[in-house]
Design a protein around this ligand. Sequence first.
Ligand code: GRG
Length: 300
Amino acid sequence: MAEPVSSSFDFTAYLAKARKRVEVALDAALGPEKPNQLREAMRYSLLAGGKRLRPILCLAACELTGENSDHAISTAVAIEMIHTMSLIHDDLPAMDNDDLRRGRPTNHKVYGDALAILAGDALLTRAFEMVALRSPNVPVDRLLKVVGELSLVAGAPGLVGGQVEDLHCEGKEVDLDTLEFIHTHKTGALLKASVVCGAFIGGAKEELISALRIYAKGIGLAFQIVDDILDVTASSEVLGKTAGKDLIADKTTYPKLLGLDESRKRARELIGNSKKAIEPWKNKAAPLIALADYIIDRDR
Ligand code: GRG
């Protein structure tokens, strides 16, 4: 019988420590940008808080390989930069047109559209700099794999493709397959890459990479289903972004197609499958297993 995953793992302490570590690394990764207003706009959104789930997943996946996760910190930072950049651009008037993000006015509300676009561009390009030029002691073949993975998920085969389909489908009848396409590209792709890139940095063998891809695909879709649910059930105050936005923008969501209960059930099933995929790694998988539970239990 499979050995149970450790119940003594203190996830609350793990999460708090990992968040602190990520915050320090993000702060250190910026500078010295010129001119000053570009620097300010980049820092404004990158250091605005947020759950830091993607970089933490990256570090946890690296730990699972047995490698020192210090080696993955630049990649973790790079992923949070890509995520933040996508939030800045997503909030622009030409896209989701939002004025609240991470509990404060959106980047373009403070700095204007042009600087928000450019701050996003600078974060995206800095992300690749973090991996290629600011990852000491990591073998170049591992870094190259990370650059390849991130270029795919950020671009047309990932976030950009998902966003285009999302915008295209606003106000239209959308079936479950199309909704799943949007969710897996717009949101799932970067969550999946966070896990896979952490494992690349750790030099994981193919068996582990395959298991982590299964794990990450499940948590990626479950994350967005929960996001759809929270959009209906949580307040703007708790979320730090405008609640009820999907309804206002006439977007199709899981709750709209399946109802709240069935959506919750779908998310739980996905998380269950994700956890199962990495159970063979026993106690070493405890952080990733706890992070999967966090994704479904979170209130923001
Ligand atoms: C990456 C080149 C490139 C372009 C971006 C705008 C765009 C193209 C894509 C939109 C992607 C997007 C905003 C998806 C939504 C993902 C999502 C659910 C974000 C919320 O993530 P949380 O809850 O946020 O982890 P925090 O603030 O906690 O980090």
